[in-house]
Design a protein around this ligand. Structure first.
Ligand SMILES: Cc1cc2nc3c(=O)[nH]c(=O)nc-3n(C[C@H](O)[C@H](O)[C@H](O)COP(=O)(O)OP(=O)(O)OC[C@H]3O[C@@H](n4cnc5c(N)ncnc54)[C@H](O)[C@@H]3O)c2cc1C
Ligand SMILES: *[C@@H]1O[C@H](CO)[C@@H](O)[C@H](O)[C@H]1NC(C)=O
Length: 532
């Protein structure tokens, strides 16, 4: 059967090459230029070229930049100094991002040589564990073993590796592309992880509760702003898989910027899509869509984009997109999923954190990365109260930046918290009065920038996920965020949708009639029996 499929593809590709005319060109709208939209554009161009079919891509982005939640911030508003404000890390096990970084000749960020190598886990009362990454590995291993035993860290590592191996099968020809994420999650045995909480998943795999509470929960809190009892097992494993993490020098968004550029798409920045209308196609063979947009210059009055599109890819969380879909556009409703509202506060200071904030002696040096877990007195709750006595999820010295006024290097800090960071909190943290306006006067803070994100789904246990085909020729990428929310998985879904569209073009050319989106799924699943 697989052989047959391949022959059909090859024949269709040849046919496509011979017959392509302007009218064979698909007009494709991508709404949103984050990881998913940029990757969809890049892969569409690549797959179409390989198959000898033609696509004309229009990429709509409501902000003035490409990258979405991957974005950098400039301390002292100096564009030359850049630090990640949103998505900061990815790992070598992320084939799309890692591959693109290499292919595009982007370099990995190197840590400042004098950056503080100590990580501490604070529970609001005390540091329950610290590790000095400049110390020899054996020393840190010994420290971990003495406190948590041999088996918990070992089993956690094995479980993470096994889960990543299962996940990576999604990229293999047997499982890629996919019409149904739910089906793939079942086939790969990943619903066993998504269907239960992190706590349940870890205890089912005999991973010691103390290790889970301290180290694993510190990871889920910094990565997903959630305690182990309130996010699912797969997201828990993703949090643990952040070892050996990297990021792109100057900003991860450059990967997506490069993808968008290389896709040949027409990129419409500062252009928000506010409506999608189905204009024709009572018969499913010729659905066309128009999009209504507002631009930065005319925010109030929507204009209809002159091109009628054959395919529309919605590449952003629909519930926050402000898009109204006209009749017949969404044949499957898009489920709203609760997101974590996360405050990300970045500020600079010539001084280090105050030891007194952490009840440490004045001579002590506070770790450069403070992760948190729940205190003994904390009750397990989710949402804002889930942060517990610590009051924040993480506190991180990102490196240093030069203050243009003094020409001195200062520390750049980042705080993740469920509520806005107040001047009172910062006064205690820095051990000096921070005024209401945060900077100025004798403030220990020289530059300050708060931001609030609808960051990622709350990731509560579930076994079904929004599938990518939501209408006839209409696709949606953000359903994957309830499964795993990372730059890589969004990029994977963008690539998946691109493959589905190009396969559909090829099959339409081969069959003479044009079947799109949903209709092609029948064809495809027939041709590709799914191995179990
Ligand atoms: C603080 C924070 C930390 C994170 N840390 C990590 C991390 O370390 N590693 C990691 O892999 N992931 C991390 N993530 C998650 C990661 O950012 C997301 O999973 C990923 O960026 C999602 O990509 P996306 O393309 O699906 O959506 P987005 O990045 O949100 O992109 C969607 C784009 O669509 C645009 N858009 C929305 N509506 C419209 C409209 N109507 N018209 C036109 N354009 C529109 C938006 O402006 C945006 O540019 C983090 C997220 C946050 C917030
Ligand atoms: C491709 O799309 C752009 C933007 O939507 C449009 O201006 C252009 O006319 C299209 N080109 C063709 C050949 O259809």
């Amino acid at each position: 059967m697989r052989l047959k499929f391949n022959l059909v593809t090859v024949a269709a590709a040849l046919l496509g090459l011979g017959l392509t005319q302007e009218s064979d060109q698909r007009q494709i709208a991508i709404i949103g230029a984050g990881a998913a939209g940029a990757s969809a554009a890049y892969s569409l161009q690549k797959f179409a070229a390989e198959a000898g079919v033609h696509v004309n891509i229009t990429l709509f982005e409501k902000t003035d930049h490409i990258g979405g939640r991957s974005l950098t911030i400039n301390p002292f508003d100096d564009p030359a100094q850049r630090f990640e404000q949103g998505a900061s890390i990815f790992v070598q096990a992320n084939p799309i991002l890692y591959g693109a970084m290499t292919e595009f000749g982007l370099s990995q960020r190197v840590l400042d040589a004098d950056s503080n190598p100590v990580m501490g886990i604070w529970d609001g009362d005390c540091f329950v564990f610290t590790v000095d990454n400049s110390a020899p590995t054996w020393w840190n291993t010994l420290k971990t073993v003495l406190k948590y035993g041999v088996t918990a860290p070992q089993r956690a590592q094995q479980l993470t590796a096994a889960t990543i191996t299962k996940f990576l099968r999604l990229y293999e020809p047997e499982f890629f592309p996919f019409q149904s994420l739910t089906q793939r999650a079942q086939q790969l045995g990943l619903v066993e992880a998504t269907g239960v909480t992190g706590q349940q998943f870890l205890s089912a795999n005999n991973i010691g509760a103390r290790y889970a509470h301290d180290l694993i929960q510190a990871s889920t809190r910094v990565n997903y702003a959630s305690n182990l009892a309130h996010l699912h097992g797969l997201t828990t494993m993703v949090s643990l898989g952040a070892q050996g993490a990297t990021s792109v020098q100057g900003g991860n968004w450059q990967i997506f910027h490069e993808m968008a550029q290389r896709s040949g798409a027409l990129i419409a920045l500062n252009t928000a899509v506010v409506g999608v209308e189905k204009t024709s196609g009572g018969s499913s063979t010729s659905s066309k869509y128009t999009v209504q947009t507002t631009s930065g210059s005319t925010p109030g009055s929507p204009a209809t984009h002159p091109v009628a599109f054959d395919n529309v890819i919605m590449a952003n969380p629909y519930q926050f997109s402000g898009i109204s879909a006209g009749e017949g556009v969404l044949q499957t409703p898009i489920e709203e999923i609760p997101y974590v509202q996360l405050h990300v506060t970045i500020f600079t200071s010539p001084s280090w954190f105050s030891p007194r904030f952490f009840d440490l002696p004045n001579s002590a040096k506070v770790p450069g990365l403070v992760l948190t877990t729940l205190a003994q007195s904390d009750t397990l709750t989710s949402g804002v109260n889930g942060v517990g006595k610590a009051g924040f999820f993480s506190l991180n010295n990102l490196g240093k930046a030069t203050n243009p006024q003094t020409q001195q290097k200062e520390y750049v800090y980042k705080i993740f918290s469920p509520e806005i960071v107040t001047a009172q909190f910062l006064s205690r943290l820095m051990g000096a009065t921070v005024p209401g306006g945060f900077t100025g006067g004798n403030s220990p803070i020289s530059w300050y920038k708060p931001h609030v994100f609808q960051s990622y789904p709350k990731s509560t246990p579930r076994v079904t996920f929004q599938d990518p085909i939501v209408g006839s020729g209409v696709y949606y990428t953000s359903g994957i965020e309830g499964f795993i929310s990372t730059m890589e998985t969004s990029a994977l879904m963008g690539k998946n949708v691109a493959r589905l569209i190009v396969d559909d073009m090829v099959s339409a050319n081969a069959g003479g009639t044009r079947v799109k989106g949903r209709d092609s799924s029948v064809w495809e699943e027939k041709q590709r029996p799914l191995a179990h």
